[in-house]
Design a protein around this ligand. Structure first.
Ligand code: ASP
Length: 484
């Protein structure tokens, strides 16, 4: 007998079915025993009566969270027992047979509430139980629907999803890298990508023209409500475009996604307002202004574009660094300034952000596809010629082989879904996030590795105590903007 999903039972009154799931609650009413059975699709009332003795006796032993398989008949509930709060509230299952598929220990915390009041350590250690709660299931399923919408949308627009490597090169231009030692090249390290930025540009040189990827980005920065070591972004790059083409595409995609996946949300203003960076700083003292007219409305979405960011900012030691991305192009009118290294603080990048309800949702830019310009950017930032070659030679050389004009953007999926699900923290919409202090309590990571593994990787470690004393924390960039 094929398995029947609980949500479908209401439409099949009278039929004999087999359902499987978890015992949500059990209660007795006189001699009759009720359990609520839960599967991914919903909850259903199941009725055991003493006349079916063997099954009834076994049902008496059931405890919450046991996994069972039940065969029986879907029947209409008596009028006074109807529960109109749930989809299956009209019906119940009259049981023929019961099989216990697995038992459960008492859970370390309740899963019937929203779980916000439960300690983070405990929720993370037993994340697989935390995910059983309805709120978390909804978050994960809505995340899937959002991503699926984007994939289908971009596919229809002619984009190709292309995977790029997880093991790549450490480059000094972003936030801190996670590094991976190489076994075959002693003393050398890969870095995990902070974003597929360089690869997606190289794919444009390769002639792919419209690329996207649901990409994981790894950045070793302190986690906060809207940051994790790993985050997922909808990484997009296009050839033969100007800023307007990218803004139009992404705005249309977001508006359509909200309409289809979140029809109960209201976008405050379309087209999304466009605010130059300088104006945002003057008016709102922030480049991530929260423009909602009514901040108490959980369904209100105030998108805006922030455009015309300065290309460079001063570093603590008096040099220059990029504000967002060294690969951005300057706005046309600043080409001479850039090539001459003149009035550097005045150079505006052809770069843009999307802000949603006060969160930076996406960054992007038109890139420089002229190797001379890119080289100049690195010179302004104080790189010596040979350093530029060593770190970025591959990009400069690629741009020398017929690079099309190109640009892109990368909306953050975790932030977007958190905002849409009204979650205060991106951890709530990631199946297996790290804790606030960057640990995985469930797997117990990071953790020591064996001497044999270390030897194979040619790595010697200091004791923890020594490490703490000797290693100064690496300096982070001054700007709070997401780099790369
Ligand atoms: N690579 C950039 C980021 O991760 C996005 C982009 O410029 O396309 O923020």
């Amino acid at each position: 007998m094929p398995r029947f999903l609980i949500k479908d039972t209401a439409k099949h009154i009278g039929e004999k079915v087999r359902i499987c799931g978890w015992v949500d609650t059990r209660r007795a009413h006189g001699k009759i025993l009720f359990i609520d059975l839960r599967d991914i699709s919903g909850i259903m009332q199941v009725v055991f009566v003493p006349s079916n003795k063997e099954v009834y006796d076994l049902a008496q032993t059931l405890r919450p969270e046991w996994v069972v398989e039940i065969k029986g008949q879907i029947v209409k509930r008596p009028e006074n027992m109807v529960n109109d709060k749930i989809e299956t509230g009209m019906v119940e299952l009259s049981v023929d047979s019961l099989k216990v598929l697995s038992q459960s220990e008492t859970l370390p915390f309740p899963i019937d509430g929203d779980g916000y009041d439960i300690g983070e350590e405990s929720r993370m250690k037993y994340r697989y139980l935390d995910l059983r709660r309805q709120r978390m299931k909804d978050n994960i399923i809505m995340r899937h629907k959002t991503i699926k919408f984007f994939r289908d949308f971009l596919d229809k627009e002619g984009f190709v999803e292309i995977e790029t490597p997880m093991l790549t090169k450490s480059t000094p231009e972003g936030s801190r890298d996670f590094v991976v030692p190489s076994r075959l090249q002693p003393g050398k390290f890969f870095a995990l990508p902070q974003s597929p930025q360089q690869y997606k540009q190289l794919l444009m040189v390769a002639g792919m023209e419209k690329y996207f990827q649901v990409a994981r980005c790894m950045r070793d920065e302190d986690s906060r409500g809207d940051r994790q070591y790993e985050h997922t972004q909808l990484d997009i790059e296009m050839s033969f475009v100007e800023r307007e083409d990218i803004l139009e595409l992404v705005e249309r995609m977001l508006i359509k996604m909200i309409e289809v996946v979140y029809p109960n949300k209201k976008i405050q203003e379309t087209p999304f307002p466009r605010i130059p960076y300088a104006e945002a700083m003057k008016k709102y003292k922030s480049d991530k202004p929260d423009l909602r007219n009514d901040k108490n409305d959980p369904n209100l979405l105030a998108f805006c574009w922030i455009v015309d960011f300065p290309f460079f900012e001063k570093t603590d030691d008096g040099g220059w660094t990029f504000v967002h991305n060294p690969f951005s192009a300057q706005k046309e009118e600043f080409i001479q300034n850039l090539l001459d290294g003149k009035d550097i603080e005045k150079i505006i990048a052809n770069q843009y952000d999307i802000v949603l309800n006060g969160w930076e949702l996406a960054s992007g830019g038109i890139r420089s596809h002229d190797p001379k310009v890119l080289e100049k950017v690195f010179e302004i930032m104080g790189y010596k010629k040979d350093e530029i070659q060593k770190q970025f030679g591959h990009m400069l050389s690629a741009l020398g082989f017929g690079a099309p004009p190109h640009g892109g953007i990368a909306p953050g999926i975790d932030r977007l879904v958190s905002l849409l699900q009204n979650e205060p923290n991106i951890r709530e919409v990631i199946a297996f996030p790290k804790t606030g202090d960057g640990r995985d309590f469930m797997m117990d990571a990071p953790s020591e590795i064996s001497k044999k593994q270390l030897d194979e990787l040619h790595i010697k470690t200091d004791s923890l105590k020594n490490t703490k004393e000797k290693v100064k924390p690496a300096t982070q960039k001054k700007s709070t903007k997401t780099k790369k």
